[in-house]
Design a protein around this ligand. Structure first.
Ligand SMILES: Nc1nc2c(ncn2[C@@H]2O[C@H](COP(=O)(O)OP(=O)(O)OP(=O)(O)O)[C@@H](O)[C@H]2O)c(=O)[nH]1
Ligand SMILES: C[S@@+](CC[C@H](N)C(=O)[O-])C[C@H]1O[C@@H](n2cnc3c(N)ncnc32)[C@H](O)[C@@H]1O
Ligand code: SF4
Ligand code: SF4
Length: 351
């Protein structure tokens, strides 16, 4: 098995950053500024969604290579205070797989009292931790839920855990981790149940967003011709709901919205492939092993963990981070000739 198949990253060199303007923010060569930091805190997960993970899970990152809670807090504080980041999201893998998640959230909250601090999670196990996470300072959660059909859920995630996920969503609502956004990746086997999922989310007071599948699955099964598009979804939903387009409220937000029947409820679609939002991208990422990644699809990564553990100052870490973002690509290029997916899959990058 090659390194690529195992999901192990190969760090490649990038362009020199000599022409980068000397400003604090995270700029790139295409005029974008990153304000949204997504921190992957683990590669481990309680589910095995076919569009993301291999059946056996990702190869474990050696424990010593994973950023500690204190290191994550230091880098988050640096990003916000020195680099212009305005929102931080914990992701993975599954963030709930870390027992010290409350410590990570609390550490960030102590230092950054007004920062929007969010998490993207599959909600399995959230039932027991939602109140503690809210108390630690988490602002809200986005939950991945692709179907409310138990058999469909078990087939797609390779785990029979739908009741746990639904209990987690309800616990999050009780704990005030709201508004809760539900993310559903569009897949051929579940799209027929899209209206049932929308009904369920409307009843539970969750904001549903459907997402086009991107070629970031560890199994490399994605094809452009077999993926379910936003247009396919709207055909399915249109048989039960009257949908009126209301556009994209925030240009940096990936979701476009449709009003349902007479409103006020809406449904969102994140058409990452057929209506890419890369031109307005405001994301920067930190992987669980401490590398800055400027784009989901670019394998160029800059190792902050090594620098941090060698005693680098905040100023030196900030410079490395800015240099990394200066290398950011224009976009994912999925429809370009010669496109190749990145070496790490979504769960190993941090979605
Ligand atoms: N193309 C692209 N898609 C992304 C990126 N990050 C996340 N996504 C997709 O967007 C979906 C929603 O992401 P979330 O983690 O819920 O975050 P968000 O939509 O940015 O967050 P909100 O601020 O709550 O709207 C994910 O499930 C991914 O499929 C990215 O950098 N690029
Ligand atoms: C990688 S997961 C990590 C956080 C958490 N485990 C979860 O599922 O919410 C983050 C997001 O990436 C999305 N995702 C994973 N693989 C994807 C793919 N191939 N295309 C589009 N979105 C994907 C998931 O649906 C989820 O919303
Ligand atoms: S999408 Fe999230 S829950 Fe599903 S396998 Fe990937 S990391 Fe796990
Ligand atoms: S694919 Fe890259 S450039 Fe496009 S939105 Fe995602 S991270 Fe940003």
């Amino acid at each position: 098995m090659s390194l690529v198949e195992m999901g192990i990253p190969v760090v490649r060199g990038g362009l020199p950053a000599v022409d980068r303007p000397d400003v604090p923010d995270l700029l790139d060569r295409f005029g974008r500024t990153a304000r949204d930091l997504r921190v992957s805190i683990t590669e481990k997960c309680s589910l095995r969604c076919t569009y993301c993970m291999p059946e056996q899970g990702l190869p474990p990152i050696p424990r010593a290579d994973v950023l500690t809670a204190a290191e994550i807090v230091r880098l988050v504080v640096l990003a916000v205070t020195e680099l212009g980041v305005r929102e931080v999201r914990f992701t993975g893998g599954e963030p709930l797989m870390r027992r010290d998640l409350e410590q990570i959230v609390g550490g960030c909250r102590d230092r950054l009292p007004t920062l929007p601090l969010t998490m993207t999670s599959n909600a399995v196990g959230l039932r027991h931790r939602a109140a503690g996470l809210a108390a630690a300072g988490l602002s809200r959660v986005n939950i991945s839920l692709d179907t409310i059909d138990p058999a469909g859920f078990a087939a797609l995630t390779r785990r029979d855990r739908l009741p746990d996920a639904l209990a987690g969503i309800r616990a999050a609502r009780r704990a005030g981790l709201t508004p809760i956004k539900v993310n559903a990746v569009l897949m051929p086997d579940t799209v027929a149940g899209a209206s049932d999922l929308l009904d369920w989310c409307l009843g539970e007071g969750c904001e549903l967003r459907f997402i086009e599948e991107m070629p970031l699955d560890a199994d490399r099964a994605w094809t452009r011709t077999s993926m379910v598009t936003a247009a396919d979804l709207l055909d399915v939903l249109g048989t039960r709901f009257a949908l009126t387009p209301v556009g994209r409220p925030d240009p940096a937000s990936p979701a476009e919205f449709w009003r349902i029947d007479d409103g006020p409820a809406t449904v969102g679609v994140i058409a990452s492939v057929t209506r890419s939002f890369c031109a307005d991208c405001d994301r920067t990422r930190l992987t669980a092993d401490g590398r800055v990644r400027s784009c989901l699809f670019s394998d160029h990564e800059v190792d902050l963990r090594g620098a941090l553990r060698s005693g680098a100052s905040d100023g030196e870490l900030a410079r490395l981070w800015r240099d990394a973002m200066w290398q950011k690509w224009a976009g994912h290029g999925i429809d370009a000739a010669g496109f190749a997916p990145p070496e790490r899959s979504m769960g190993a990058i941090g979605g």
